[in-house]
Write a protein that binds this ligand. Structure first.
Ligand code: 5GP
Ligand code: ZN
Length: 142
């Protein structure tokens, strides 16, 4: 579906509605391509989401150009927000697919401020890369 000039929106997508101002949001930044809102269920104080105004489900669908703009914006906002919030670090999280924890299928980047000893828990169990896996994965990936 094409509407509002060049902006592609999916009428069934909640983040399209949030990004394009059809539903009120706590907006902390907006430009022609993106709206940045506070996450409704923050992992930490100041947890925000970068939402493209154009609908794309995930990293597989987003254009290289828009993905590059999103990362550039993440850098700018993380730099500014670190100063404003007085946080000690930042996680940038971007989930693709249900198996990876994506629950809303409109590309978004989580900007999660981190505070020393904030107790926010996300991550993974670290295993050991074996020699067999090295050989196998080099054959597949390189
Ligand atoms: P995902 O798991 O897909 O990477 O992240 C989806 C995020 O969107 C979650 O952190 C969730 O709290 C947030 N979210 C879902 N629906 C809404 C909403 O209607 N408004 C806002 N502000 N955040 C939402
Ligand atoms: Zn959408």
């Amino acid at each position: 579906m094409r509407n509002e000039g060049t902006t592609m929106k999916d009428s069934n997508c909640i983040f399209c509605k949030l990004a394009n101002g059809e539903i009120p949001t706590t907006t902390v930044y907006e430009d022609d391509d993106f709206r940045v809102i506070l996450d409704a269920n923050p992992a930490t104080r100041g947890h925000a989401l970068i939402l493209p105004k154009e609908h794309c489900a995930n990293i597989y669908e987003i254009s290289e150009e828009l993905a590059a703009k999103a990362m550039k914006l993440a850098k700018k906002l993380v730099t500014e927000f670190t100063e404003k919030l007085g946080c000690d670090g930042y996680n940038i999280v971007q989930n693709n697919g249900e198996a990876a924890g994506q629950t809303v299928f409109h590309f978004h980047m989580h900007l999660i401020p981190r505070y020393k000893d904030d107790g926010a828990a996300f991550g993974w169990h670290m295993s050991e890369l074996t020699d067999d896996q090295k050989v196998e994965l080099l054959e597949i990936l390189k």
